[in-house]
Design a protein around this ligand. Structure first.
Ligand SMILES: [Zn+2]
Ligand SMILES: [Zn+2]
Length: 191
């Protein structure tokens, strides 16, 4: 009863499921009857490193899963959404960004015995592991250059001023008075 005697070699990516993981779900009740369905409505903690550049899902934050598991001939088809919190930085003005986003999930987990590529997801020991699928989906959909607003004006290239705060900000031809003030800061003279 310790798993010995199962003849199947298991590749690293198709390793035995970690049943303690909140992203591993039982599918045995689908019983391989094509058409059988199961709903998953669950809140799970975000795994680490759901991040692209300056934006991502904070580790341990709540991810709401609303999924339908459907038994099909080759395996278990998982469809639905994962709604996650996002935290990051505007890539133009560096202002913090917080929000939530929904990610569409669609993945076929093959039953053992099907000839599948390494990258394909498998039903292992009557369970499916959503972590890899979640990671692939989120990382693929996160913007490489997130913006606080579509028309974010960014920072002034001359002084770093956030131009969203004053779109008329300009240095004109004059030297900005702040620069002359800054030159005074090199000494120890108190203002
Ligand atoms: Zn911005
Ligand atoms: Zn400026």
């Amino acid at each position: 009863m310790d798993g010995q005697g199962r003849g199947t070699a298991v590749s690293p990516t198709h390793a035995q499921p970690d049943r303690r993981s909140p992203l591993v779900f039982e599918v045995h009740e689908l019983g391989r009857r094509a058409g059988a369905m199961k709903r998953i409505d669950a809140t799970v903690p975000a795994p680490a490193e759901l991040v692209v550049g300056v934006i991502g899902v904070p580790e341990g934050s709540d991810i709401e899963l609303e999924l339908t598991l459907q038994s099909v001939t080759e395996g278990v088809l998982v469809t639905g959404t994962a709604t996650a919190q996002l935290r990051g930085q505007c890539s133009r003005c560096l202002t913090g960004i917080e929000g939530t986003d929904s990610f569409d999930i669609q993945e076929l987990y093959f039953y053992p015995g099907n000839e599948v590529d390494e990258e394909e997801s498998l039903v292992v020991d009557e369970t499916i592991d959503l972590e890899e699928v979640l990671r692939d989906t989120v990382v693929l959909e996160l913007p490489f250059t997130p913006l606080c607003e579509d028309d974010c004006l960014g920072l002034c290239p001359d002084c770093g001023f956030n131009r969203n705060l004053d779109p008329t900000h300009t240095h004109g031809d004059r030297i900005d008075p702040r620069w002359s003030k800054l030159t005074g800061l090199t000494g120890d003279t108190p203002n």
